[in-house]
Design a protein around this ligand. Structure first.
Ligand code: NAD
Length: 370
């Protein structure tokens, strides 16, 4: 299969972790005979330096002409003083809007080898494996009016607005995902208080009959926030509106214990998507070769699965990550206070790529039989 991928490394550790993504893509090419044409472009601070804007036209064009986008991270202290309308983060908001990315997927999965890294008890986090689907382009963050009023500006107004069709798109995406997983969908709202939530619930119930094999549960957002901490194992796919999703996905990310491990995807209605690790540009460790590249590597696996329909290839990348962790490989963020050998970014990438080579898979299989 031939695919074009727009690659936007961005700032700070963005470039360092993106090297991992590119090596893993190459390993998938070698293994399966696919061809990935990589088109690199600037975004964020580096784009401000080169083009005077965080989202240059050329970058947007490269993304639009590609089948998917990989993004590293943007921002850093160097651009703290630039005018607010051209801050690096504006590049991110801009690209999501311009590409029509309406739904954000955040898989929350604890790796067996890393259960100790979670701040919660092992018995709570063991086996956690679910996805949060967050509506990304509507709700409180975009509704109008949004203003300060009154003689002394003593009134502030934000507007939570949704149209049915916006909810339908993201809810349908969540049902589709659930139907391919453990067939349980949890829809999160605040229907006891908010009109928009009552419509959200109505839409979920209207679409449910199209997916008869998916069990549907409605949870109020406050109850969902509690259950994420004491019963995270009960979730398979969770779907919710923009602000609830923003908060719950950050809460859930703490279950796994490390920001450096988390991938994400922002999707359009067709197969196109933008894939990026959840973490930022980590200026405190940038340039030191210490960054954990696995969140970026797992973002590549998501791209293979969701945009290219390459399930086997995605499974292979994820299995390689799982295996190197099982054998004890750790970047500094994963080692915590444990006294263990610590791998640098490049070493971790090499281990993943080695693990993906056919002879390694064979030796694993042989080992299982011996
Ligand atoms: P951050 O995610 O960059 O870093 C938070 C902490 O986690 C730091 O101590 C960092 O060293 C550590 N960390 C993050 N990723 C890691 C990795 N892969 N391996 C090891 N350790 C890792 O968040 P921040 O410090 O709040 O923000 C720094 C900059 O990044 C800011 O300019 C912010 O606006 C930007 N940011 C960008 C994105 C994005 O591009 N999507 C997301 C969040 C923050």
């Amino acid at each position: 299969m031939k695919k074009q991928v727009a690659v936007l490394p961005g700032d700070g550790i963005g470039q360092e972790v993106m090297n991992g993504a590119l090596e893993v893509l190459k390993a998938v090419e070698d293994h399966y005979g696919h061809q990935f044409k990589v088109v690199q472009a600037d975004i964020g601070g580096v784009a401000i330096d080169h083009h005077g804007t965080p989202l240059p036209k050329e970058t947007l064009e490269a993304c639009k002409q590609s089948d998917a986008v990989l993004l590293g991270a943007v921002g850093g202290p160097k651009w703290n003083d630039v005018p607010v309308e051209i801050r690096p983060e504006k590049g991110l908001l801009g690209i999501r809007k311009e590409l029509g990315l309406f739904g954000n997927l955040r898989p929350i999965k604890t790796f067996e080898a890393l259960v100790d890294a979670s701040p919660l008890k092992q018995s709570v986090v063991q086996g956690v494996d679910f996805i949060i689907v967050r509506e990304l382009t509507g709700g409180l963050y975009f509704g109008e009016p949004r203003e300060r009023r009154g003689k002394n500006q003593e009134v502030a107004v934000d507007t939570l607005r949704y149209e049915k069709k916006e909810i339908e798109k993201v809810v349908r995406k969540a049902f589709e995902l659930a139907s391919k997983r453990r067939k349980k969908l949890t829809s999160v709202d605040k229907a006891n208080v908010l009109e928009s939530s009552r419509m959200w619930r109505e839409v979920v119930d209207q679409i449910a009959p199209e997916y008869p094999d998916v069990e549907v549960e409605h949870l109020l957002v406050d109850v969902a926030a509690m259950k994420l901490i004491y019963q995270p194992n009960q979730f398979d796919v969770m779907v919710t509106e923009n602000m609830f999703g923003d908060i719950l996905s950050d809460e859930a990310s703490m279950l796994t214990g490390s920001l450096g491990m988390l991938p994400s995807a922002s999707l359009r209605e067709d197969d196109f998507g933008l894939y990026e690790p959840v973490h930022g540009s980590a200026p405190d460790i940038a340039g030191k070769g210490q960054a954990n590249p696995l969140g970026m590597v797992l973002s590549v696996a998501m791209m293979l699965r969701h945009s290219f329909g390459m399930k086997e290839e995605a499974d292979m990348v994820e299995a390689a990550v799982e295996e190197i962790l099982r054998t004890g490989a750790r970047t500094a963020d994963l080692a915590g206070n444990q006294i263990v050998p610590v791998s640098k970014t490049k070493e971790m990438i090499d281990l993943v790529v080695e693990q993906m080579k056919p002879n390694y898979a064979m030796s694993g299989i042989l080992a299982a039989y011996l």
